[in-house]
Ligand binder design. Structure first.
Ligand SMILES: [Zn+2]
Ligand SMILES: [Zn+2]
Length: 259
């Protein structure tokens, strides 16, 4: 793999991820306001919001490896998507993610609570990811001025939307949250845990490490059409991402020798 640098994500990719994050965020609000003004019904807001959140999550992750919070616009840093009344911003999630790469699936991994301990415990971790991540982050790092302001803005946005739109907001919130939980479970637990003897870190019957999730070709194509190549390839080849975080998601199958 002598010319692996060829496949590294660059500034152009970073700008693309940043633009996508803003576009997906605005897209989510657009479908919500189309829903509350009765332009679209609940059966349309569910798939559209779910697809946008999934695409947003991977763009958000890819950008962690390319840009610090200070290099980004306020909207990307703020994360104004109401997944929870208590949530973190780009800077904090990036810091957590760097810890995840340093201590992957070990007890010291800040994401251990939604990776380790078997399927059910990881699911409980994924269900409470935003609240637990926020609580653990504040406990460990305290409150900076910027964090407090942004935390307050996110919480205010959540409650303003709840008070203004009531049930319609709760329906949208549930779609955002359930989608996040499912994706979080796949992108943390399923790629870092195997019941059985394989894997790098063995704790009794459980194995922790980073594993690929092979998808049959017939499933890859429709998944790519719906979710885009970044989502599909980043999920399938998370093992390569942990080996070399600089490789752009779109090139991961090439490194895996599948293209
Ligand atoms: Zn990563
Ligand atoms: Zn990982």
């Amino acid at each position: 793999m002598d010319d692996v640098e060829h496949y590294y994500a660059n500034d152009k990719d970073a700008t693309e991820y940043q633009v996508k994050i803003i576009a997906f965020t605005l897209g989510l609000y657009l479908v919500f306001f189309a829903f509350v003004t009765n332009y679209i019904n609940v059966w349309l807001i569910i798939p559209v919001s779910s697809i946008l959140v999934t695409r947003w999550m991977i763009a958000f992750h890819e950008l962690f490896h390319l840009k610090k919070a200070d290099d980004l616009d306020w909207m990307t840093r703020l994360v104004p998507i109401p997944f929870s009344p208590v949530n973190l911003g780009y800077r904090e999630y990036r810091q957590i993610h760097m810890g995840h790469h340093r201590h992957t699936a070990q007890k010291e991994d800040p994401d251990a609570f939604h990776i380790r301990g078997g399927h059910l415990k990881a699911l409980l971790g994924a269900l409470t990811q935003h609240e637990q991540a926020t609580y653990r982050f504040i406990k460990q790092h305290g409150l900076s001025k910027e964090f407090t302001v942004m935390f307050g803005l996110r919480a205010a946005l959540f409650f303003i939307l709840l008070l203004a739109f009531g049930k319609a907001f709760l329906a949208w919130f549930l779609v955002l949250r359930i989608t996040y939980v499912i994706n979080d479970y796949v992108f943390f637990h399923l790629v870092h845990y195997r019941a059985g003897p394989e894997g790098k870190f063995k704790h009794g019957k459980s194995s922790y490490g980073t594993f690929k999730i092979p998808l049959p070709t017939w499933l890859q194509y429709p998944a790519i059409v719906i979710y885009g190549i970044d989502v599909v390839y980043a999920t399938m080849h998370h093992d390569i991402h942990h080996h070399n975080t600089r490789i752009a998601a779109k090139y991961l199958p090439r490194i895996a020798g599948e293209e």
